[in-house]
Design a protein around this ligand. Sequence first.
Ligand code: ATP
Ligand code: MG
Length: 450
Amino acid sequence: MEILTKKVKGAEDILPSDACRWQFLEELMRDEAEKCGFKEIRTPVFEHTVLFNRSVGETTDVVQKEMYTFDTKGGESITLRPEGTAGAARAYLEHALYNDGLPVKVYYHLTCYRYEKAQAGRQREFHQFGMETYGAADAKADAEMICAANGIFDRLGLENIRLEINSIGCKTCRSSYTQALKEYFTARKSELCDTCLSRLDRNPMRILDCKNESCKKVAETAPVVLDYICEDCSTHFDRVKTFLDAADVSYTVNPTIVRGLDYYTRTVFEFVTDAIGAQGTVCGGGRYDGLIEELGGQPTPALGFAMGIERLLLVLKAQGIELPGTPTCDLYIASLGVDAEIKAFSLSQKLRSASIITETDIVGRSLRAQMKYADKISAKYSVVIGDDDLKNNTVRVKDMRNKENSFDAPLDEEAFLEVFTDKADLDGFSADLENIKKLLESLSEGSSDE
Ligand code: ATP
Ligand code: MG
């Protein structure tokens, strides 16, 4: 068979056999965020290009090399979001969310688009979960943000991931650092790539996160920003550490972290792993006190983080952490004859209304083929409704895993449901939210036992 076309390079399908793991992570993250008072925000996939140019920064890799930008038929320049912070900040301003009282705390699950070399842990369409706080200047907000990200990794039982923090100072102290970097890199111009040469005057800090091997090598011995930060920034950083210590969150200070986006100020942090190869940053974030003003708002301290779901799944796999698999059918209702198929249909609706995963034939198969299908989808229980069963108003419920546990149940919908719920053993994971919540609870009980 030759299909018309395949997926675009760098984009991935999430198949039914895998989607459950995604739902589980999404639910866990939602739960962690809401516990800390964050509310969900959903913004469009595309924005006016100027938003990202301005917020992510003209001299960043993202803006210079990675954005999917196009002109619409109306002649507008539009960009598929490469990250979530800019869109959320735009929405915060456009809808004056600050009127609800500061701080405003939001979280999001979204797809991002970056034209990058596709490889393990690096895609052109990928997924982020992120959290943002607007209107909180205190170091406690930084610690709350870091603890929230850490809480997600903790709850999953991840051990092969570490937190690294740094401070990159404010606008004022940045200027003496920028000067030092300019001098350092100017003396080593011949070793820089063309993009970095153009950054030398405009924004030498961006050279520090260039992926070019030669630039990386020069950057290794460059002056570090932590040596240049002012007293206020230094006090702020110390307080962040104090609160992280109080929350029992372990970290190391890595003075070389600068983050790849221009909007960061003061605290920056990354959760890094060595378990998944070169693409080891699972989560990155920090404070961006200048962004809201840059987008036309009042000066507003703000901060956030984003974690990559694809990379998180790779780390989980590397550590052998199994997330719940796809729920299978609880009950397959097979039928023989016209009256029986009507009964099967009404019974299936009744069971579904009680969140029992129920299937019945919708393609007109023979009884034999129906049972073959029930086997194929690994149904936990099955019934076969025939004329005799209708007459007797009772049916045998077969346990597909262990025939000895089969039982009889009345065919009346209400009574069947009652007996089935009582006698069937539907352990394990089922897709409905109640079960996900239960599973989350058992996960967190497990981690607090340690
Ligand atoms: P990297 O240095 O790996 O390119 P980044 O600094 O560009 O990462 P951020 O912009 O901080 O990444 O995005 C936050 C998170 O989103 C990253 O830590 C990573 O987990 C994920 N991420 C970023 N780019 C990609 C991508 N192309 N494919 C998959 N995940 C990504
Ligand atoms: Mg990148």
